[in-house]
Design a protein around this ligand. Structure first.
Ligand SMILES: Nc1nc2c(ncn2[C@@H]2O[C@H](COP(=O)(O)OP(=O)(O)OP(=O)(O)O)[C@@H](O)[C@H]2O)c(=O)[nH]1
Ligand SMILES: [Mg+2]
Ligand SMILES: [Zn+2]
Length: 364
C-alpha cells in the first residue's frame, strides 16, 4: 500500500497524534523491548499504515498477534494505538499489540448473524453527515446517534449540499433535527459554494480526532478534500434516479490536517446496512427502488399512501404483485433487525446496571 496522499514530512509529537495520559497508563502488557506506540492511520484488508512522531510507514501483524485474534474486534482498526517494532530502517513495522480503545465506532455487518465491523477507534467527535436533499432522514439520524453514543463518541451533525435547497428549506430541516435531537450541534455546509466550510474548519481542534459518517454520496470525501486543501481523495457522482452514492471511498484512513486536527473518512454505509439485514435489497430491487422515487411522499411505506407509485404500478399490472410483496417483506425484516439490535443493546446496558447494583447491595 502506498503512503496515503495526506503524508506529511514535518515532525509531530505523539501527543499531537492524540496519545495522552489515558493511553500512557494503558501500555499493553508485557511491554516488549524495542516496541513503541504508533497510531494506525489506514487499513486495507491485512495491510496497515501506522504513524508516529517521525512519519507514516507500512505495518504488518506479528504471527503471534494474528494467531491470538479471535474476532474482527481484536484486529487493528483506523485510529487504534498499537505497539510496534521497527524493521528495515523504518521501512516496515511489525504490530505486536493494541492499546485499549477509548472509544470504538462499530456497526453490525449485513447478514443475520450478529457480527460487528469496526469503523474507527479513539474518535473524539463523530460527524453524522446527511445531505439535505434526498438523503435527509431523521430516523437514520437517530440510528447514527445511537451508534455514536454506544461508541462513547460525541455526535454532531453536518448537513451537506445546502446549495440544492433554499435557505428557508434548510432552516426547516434544522428545526426538525432540533426537535428530534435537542442539543445536537448541527452545521449546514455546501461544498459547491463553500458556505459553512470555514466554520467547520474552525471547529476542529488540534490533537483531536474527528470522523465522517454517513451514506454514500453525501459528500464526506469532498469535505475532507476542502479541509485538507488538496483534491487528492477520490469523490464520485451520485446516481441520477435516486440520488444515492456509488461507494467511492473503499477504505478508512486518518488524515492529519494542517491545523493539527485528525480526520477519518469512511466508506458510505447503506441505509439498511448500517445496522440492519442486507445490503442486497436495493440491488435486487433496483427497478422498485427506481419506481419508488415517483412516490408522492419521501417516506412512503408503499402500503396505503395516496400517490404511491408502487401501488399504482401493481394496480395497472406494470409491477408483479408477488415481487412487490417480497420487497415489502424484506424491507420490513430488515427494519425488524435494526430494531431488535437497538433493543438488545439497551437490554445489555440495563443488565450491566443490574449487576452493578446487585454487587453494590451485596457489599452493603
Ligand atoms: N451540489 C452539491 N454536490 C456535492 C456537495 N458535496 C459533494 N457533492 C457531490 O456529491 C458527490 C459525492 O461526493 P463524495 O464526496 O464522493 O461523497 P462520499 O460521501 O465521500 O461518498 P462515498 O465515498 O461513496 O461514501 C460528488 O459528485 C460531489 O461532487 C455539495 O455540497 N453540493
Ligand atoms: Mg467518500
Ligand atoms: Zn410508495
Amino acid at each position: 500500500m502506498a503512503s496515503a496522499p495526506g503524508s506529511q514530512k514535518i515532525t509531530l509529537s505523539l501527543e499531537a497524534l492524540g496519545f495522552d495520559a489515558w493511553f500512557r497508563d494503558r501500555q499493553p502488557e508485557p511491554r516488549l523491548p524495542g516496541c513503541a506506540p504508533v497510531r494506525v492511520t489506514a487499513v486495507d484488508r491485512d495491510r496497515y499504515l501506522v504513524r508516529d512522531a517521525v512519519g507514516e510507514i507500512p505495518a504488518e501483524l506479528s504471527g503471534a498477534f494474528r494467531f491470538a485474534a479471535e474476532s474482527s474486534a481484536d484486529l487493528p482498526c483506523v485510529g487504534d494505538w498499537a505497539s510496534v517494532e521497527f524493521h528495515n530502517d523504518r521501512g516496515l513495522a511489525i504490530l505486536h499489540d493494541l492499546f485499549p480503545r477509548k472509544s470504538l465506532l462499530q456497526r453490525k455487518t449485513p447478514g443475520r448473524q450478529i457480527d460487528y465491523q469496526l469503523v474507527a477507534a479513539n474518535v473524539d467527535v463523530a460527524f453524522l453527515v446527511q445531505s439535505c436533499d434526498a438523503d435527509f432522514s431523521l430516523r437514520r439520524l437517530e440510528r447514527y446517534m445511537a451508534m455514536a453514543h454506544e461508541a462513547r463518541t460525541e455526535p454532531r451533525m453536518l448537513l451537506t449540499k445546502g446549495d440544492l435547497l433554499t435557505l428557508a428549506e434548510i432552516e426547516q430541516r434544522i428545526a426538525a433535527v432540533r426537535q428530534t435531537a435537542p442539543g445536537l450541534a448541527i452545521l449546514a455546509v455546501s461544498n459547491k459554494t463553500g458556505a459553512g466550510l470555514e466554520e467547520l474548519g474552525r471547529m476542529l481542534e488540534a490533537g483531536r480526532t474527528y470522523c465522517l459518517l454517513g451514506s454514500s454520496g453525501v459528500g464526506k470525501t469532498t469535505i475532507l478534500n476542502h479541509l485538507a486543501g488538496r483534491g487528492s481523495f477520490a469523490t464520485g457522482p451520485v446516481r441520477d434516479y435516486d440520488g444515492k452514492g456509488r461507494h467511492t471511498t473503499a477504505r478508512r484512513q486518518l488524515i492529519m490536517l494542517d491545523g493539527g486536527a485528525m480526520l477519518i473518512d469512511t466508506p458510505g454505509m447503506r441505509e439498511l446496512g448500517a445496522i440492519g439485514m442486507s445490503d442486497g435489497i436495493d440491488e435486487s430491487f433496483a427497478d422498485i427502488v427506481a419506481l419508488a422515487a415517483g412516490c408522492r411522499f419521501a417516506d412512503c411505506t408503499h402500503t396505503q399512501e395516496a400517490g404511491c407509485a408502487l401501488l399504482a404500478a401493481v394496480e395497472c399490472g406494470a409491477l408483479d404483485r408477488a415481487r412487490y410483496e417480497n420487497y415489502l417483506q424484506l424491507t420490513r425484516e430488515s427494519a425488524y433487525h435494526e430494531m431488535s439490535y437497538l433493543e438488545r443493546r439497551k437490554k445489555d446496558r440495563e443488565f450491566g446496571r443490574m449487576i452493578k447494583s446487585a454487587m453494590k447491595h451485596r457489599k452493603e
